[in-house]
Design a protein around this ligand. Structure first.
Ligand code: C2O
Ligand code: CU
Length: 490
């Protein structure tokens, strides 16, 4: 690895003690709208605040310092596709926050990434977000500033963007499964959510598993022989699940809210879909006969964890052969894969990053500047192509991973050379997952977050949309410990 002294110096000026200013790259990108000005508008108020919630279950001590939007744990908004949300947000938390609209193609100035697209909103502060909803699907929103702490204590909400055509598809029931664990002691008090040991390995896991906030796996009644649409989200900051169910009559119909040709679970390796933090899945499950059950599991743990039980009740429906229901085709812009420019990214530990820095005596000011330019602090454990995002309260920006051209297509290979999984998320785009060196039998599909396993290379492609967009691991401690970079698209 050769880095000239001059390049190092330039890098150091860009990202040294003073913060790297995105404006140093020239004119800021256009913050592009994804809906026409005439789109129907819905004005909503949103606040974030702490509250007290019985997380350990009834008759157990309550947990204070839970963070929720609009005073509602698991707040869920449903909005017709094509609507523009104008969200007046107020921060009633004691700390700064922002709101990020995960998976939604918003103008980047509403993307909520501190300090890239906005400054953190201080306690008591307000911010207005312009959130056009051009694509139907299952999304969520969460802070992008002290994410580990705030999301860990409950701060996220679900956002379902409905296509009216879906009402005619014939589902008998829709049911949300939100996976979110809590890190509590036996008295319901929060345990440290960010730990160095976790942040440098697979992440710090919750001590209490829960589905939809309940430590008792929910039981849900559904019509016997009926068609259920499950909408599954891993809202946890750390946990990866292997989603599976006890019936062969089940098919994935959307990934991250984006429709795909139904993919029967039985065709998947081990008949499970691996979902890391932030990933969503829509699954069509056909119910068995009256009195029978379908159990939905996370098969990743040694002892499969029961997420939810669907109980078939007689509603007079007759048995018919199972045929997965296809959702209307996704409409997000598609990349031109043949003409796409190829870019390669390595997800690595920051120890690996510093190890390949030019060999300079530690007292050399250049060595110091170089370390600074990678933002490799005490709590920085991860990097993308040798660059780490500033850890913790360090709000310095590293230089961009690359500068892309608005409207051009890009093909990214992402290689995970670490010992842990990393669900990688790109803001502001829906991308096409083209291939994986480990999951060779899965046809290409659309997503906003893609799992990368140790020693796996995945290839994604997207059509670049104007803005400054981050690209990061959604295991929140990894992201808060350096595993984030950004692209300028101009
Ligand atoms: Cu849910 Cu930066 O993402
Ligand atoms: Cu990670």
């Amino acid at each position: 690895m050769k880095i000239s002294r001059r390049a190092v110096l330039l890098g150091a000026t860009a990202a040294g003690a003073a913060s790297f200013a995105p404006s140093a790259l020239g004119r800021m990108p256009l913050s592009r709208d994804t809906l026409p000005k005439s789109a129907p508008v819905r004005r909503l108020t949103l606040s974030a605040a702490e509250m007290e919630v019985p997380l350990l279950g009834p008759d157990k001590p309550k947990t204070s310092g839970f963070c929720a939007y609009n005073g509602t744990p698991f707040l869920t908004w449903r909005v017709p596709v094509g609507t523009r949300l104008l969200v007046d947000f107020e921060n009633r938390l004691p700390n700064p926050t922002t709101v990020h609209w995960h998976g939604i193609r918003v103008p980047y100035l509403s993307d909520g990434v501190a300090p890239l697209t906005q400054q953190p909103i201080p306690a008591g502060g307000r911010f207005s977000y312009d959130v056009p909803l051009p694509d139907p699907g299952f999304y969520f929103f969460h802070p992008h500033c002290d994410e580990t702490g705030q999301v860990g204590r409950g701060l996220f909400a679900l956002l379902l963007v409905d296509d009216p055509a879906e009402a005619r598809l014939g589902f008998d029931l829709e049911h949300i499964i939100a996976v979110k664990d809590w890190r509590l002691d036996a008295d319901g008090r929060w345990l440290p959510i960010f730990t160095d040991e976790g942040a440098s390995t697979a992440g710090t896991f919750g001590t209490v598993r829960a589905t939809n906030g309940s430590v008792i796996p929910p039981r849900v009644e559904a019509p016997a022989y009926g068609d259920v649409r499950l909408r599954v989200i891993v809202a946890d900051s750390t946990r990866t699940i292997e989603f599976g169910c006890e019936t062969g009559d089940a098919a994935i119909i959307a990934v991250d809210g984006q429709a795909l040709t139904p993919l029967p679970l039985s065709k998947l390796p081990d008949e499970v879909w691996r979902m890391g933090p932030a990933m969503r899945l829509d699954v069509h499950v056909r119910m068995p006969g009256p009195g029978e059950e379908v159990k939905i599991f996370d098969y990743r743990t040694a002892e499969p964890y029961l997420l939810t039980t669907l109980v078939a009740v007689d509603k007079g429906k007759k048995q018919t052969p199972f045929k997965p229901i296809a959702l209307p085709a996704a409409k997000a812009p598609l990349p031109d894969v043949r003409r796409a420019k190829k870019l390669d990214f390595i997800v690595q530990t920051s120890a690996g990053a510093t190890a390949i820095a030019p060999p300079l005596p530690p007292e050399d000011p250049l060595a110091k500047a170089l370390i600074d330019s990678f933002c490799v602090g005490d709590k920085t454990f991860w990097a993308i192509n040798r660059t780490s995002w500033g850890a913790g309260a360090d709000l310095r920006l590293p230089p961009p991973l690359d500068i892309l051209k608005d409207g051009d297509s890009y093909r990214l290979t992402i290689t995970n050379v670490t010992k842990h999984v990393h669900p990688m998320h790109l803001h502001g785009h829906v991308f096409r997952v083209l291939s994986s060196t480990r999951k060779t039998s899965i046809p290409p599909y659309l997503a906003d977050t893609v799992m990368t396993e140790p020693n796996e290379t995945v290839e994604i492609a997207f059509k670049a949309n104007s803005g400054d967009w981050v690209f990061h691991c959604h295991i929140l401690e990894h992201m808060d410990a350096g595993l984030m970079g950004w692209f300028r698209v101009a």
